[in-house]
Design a protein around this ligand. Structure first.
Ligand code: GLN
Length: 491
């Protein structure tokens, strides 16, 4: 049996019932990684030795009938901008190439407490800046559905790893869609929790008023399982919310009869790919059939979202990235003429082009005389975008729209056109600006057999409702069960 194919909940049952040993499972998974990873390039670091140690530990606990955690024996891949103690955390940047954190991020700590197995660190756009994973300084991750296409980004390694059965679950991070968009492009499930739902402690900062840890899974049940583990209050993050965490799995199958679904007209406008539009229309029919009511709504400030995001996120990034100066940690230029020259050389050599572009844009927006015109104005428009959602949620229970305007694009196709790349974030960015939760689930395929994602958005802290709505669709369809055919020698 190919043990790496089922979901985490299915494998968990097998491990707990002693049908499969955690170590046997991990052994198969690493066999799979050896065969498939060379053509996907999802990982920056593989944690094989530690993973085996942990698996054997779990086997022993189960043999001795000791209590085990919620994720006993479940492999989780972690995006390489989330700190892992004694394990490289590079942010796919030269500047953090040899950085080994002395502590675990809150979410990693939670994974370990619940007996998950951290199998490796996944590739990303440098410092999570990008939508294709092409901005990694180390490697280009491939889309498992077609190796010539990007997996999306910036959590492209996490999405590709789950889609190619190189992990059961992965953690990613979101600033403007970096979990939902790659999940959509790779045909897996991506969740961006409410801002404050999951602690950011140990997540390397990009845009602090937007950043949030998210999850990538094979289906909605697994999304509920992993969110249960990582959600909750943390004293170490001042933006963490002290709001009780419900039981996400319990009642996930309650159905959606009577649900009011809002369809924002601005998200179905010109520029939307025809295959994506068709998949969304078909998906809405499934919901109507299940008893939902479709209601047309408007989110009138949507057209400003991309501009607002690229001012706010870059301004915050320019300040957050000031700490990489060659003094405190990370890379330092080998030769320099005094301290200022050392800063300049270190940052010029350590950061890639996209990161430098963002730092320059951010510094410009924050500079004296421009702050009011850019950052302050953007913050005000951000509030209007949030109000659009508040008004909409008075009439509807959730909003459904595409996750991305088009399926995956070819590697290199947009690399020289940053504006085109930025514009493709149009459907994911508003949720980050408003701080609301969102989920992307598979809802179809393009003519080229590339996955299409549907996005569901809800009010702050309504992740449980989102999971129920997504689960209802998943039960009626089989898009989440489809697997890419990988032309590699497979175990
Ligand atoms: N693609 C967006 C950007 O480049 C979002 C990135 C993210 O969510 N980390 O900034």
């Amino acid at each position: 049996m190919r043990l790496f194919e089922p979901t985490a909940l299915q494998i968990k049952t097998k491990i707990l019932s002693k049908e499969v040993r955690a170590s046997e499972f991990i052994d198969q998974l690493f066999g799979r990684i050896k065969n498939v990873e060379p053509s996907i390039q999802a990982y920056i670091t593989i944690n094989e030795e530690e993973a085996f140690k942990k698996a054997i530990e779990i086997d022993k606990k189960i043999e001795n009938a000791e209590k085990v955690g919620l994720l006993a024996g479940i492999p989780v891949a972690v995006k390489d901008n989330i700190c892992t103690r004694n394990l490289y955390t590079t942010c796919a940047s030269e500047i953090l190439k040899k950085f080994i954190p002395p502590y675990d991020a809150f979410v990693v700590n939670r994974l370990k407490k619940e007996d998950a197995i951290i199998i490796g660190k996944t590739n990303l756009d440098e410092f999570a800046m990008g939508s294709s994973t092409e901005n990694s300084r180390y490697k280009v991750t491939r889309n498992p559905w077609n190796l010539e296409y990007v997996p999306g980004g910036s959590s492209g390694g996490s999405a590709a790893a789950v889609a190619a059965d190189l992990s059961l679950i992965a953690l990613g991070s979101e600033t403007g869609g970096s979990v939902r968009q790659p999940a959509a492009l790779c045909g897996v499930v991506g969740v961006k929790p409410t801002y404050g739902r999951v602690s950011r402690y140990g997540l390397v900062a990009f845009g602090s008023s937007l950043d949030q840890v998210g999850t990538v899974t094979k289906d909605v049940g697994d999304a509920a399982l992993i969110l249960q583990v990582i959600a909750g209050y943390d004293l170490h993050d001042s933006t963490s919310a002290n709001v009780p965490v419900p039981d996400y799995l319990n009642g996930i199958d309650s159905g959606i009869n009577g649900l009011r679904i809002g369809i924002p007209k601005e998200y179905f406008a010109a520029g939307l790919n025809a295959d994506v539009l068709k998949a969304l229309k078909d998906a809405l029919k499934v919901y109507e059939h299940l008893g939902a009511k479709i209601i047309d709504i408007s989110l009138p400030h949507t057209e400003y979202a991309v501009a607002v995001y690229y001012i706010v996120a870059n301004a915050e990034a320019s300040s957050n990235l000031a700490r990489y100066d060659g003094v405190r940690y990370g890379y330092r230029a080998s030769r320099s003429n005094g301290i200022i020259d050392m800063y300049c050389r270190t940052r010029s050599e350590g950061f890639g082009n996209e990161v430098k572009r963002r730092i320059m844009l951010g510094n410009y927006a924050l500079s004296s005389g421009y702050y009011d015109a850019y950052y302050l104005k953007a913050s005000k428009v951000r509030n209007l975008i949030k109000q659009d959602f508040d008004v909409a949620f008075e009439k509807v229970d959730c909003i459904i729209c595409p996750t991305s305007p088009a399926p995956a694009f070819k590697i290199g196709e947009r690399a020289n056109n940053p504006l085109e790349m930025y514009l493709s974030d149009i459907y994911t960015i508003p949720a980050n600006l408003a701080g609301i939760p969102g989920i992307s689930i598979p809802c179809g395929f393009s003519k080229e057999v590339l996955p299409i994602g549907m996005q569901i958005l809800a009010k702050h802290f309504e992740e449980k409702k989102l999971l129920q709505i997504a689960y209802a669709f998943e039960q009626e369809t089989d898009f989440h069960l489809k697997k890419p055919v990988l032309k590699v020698s497979s175990v």
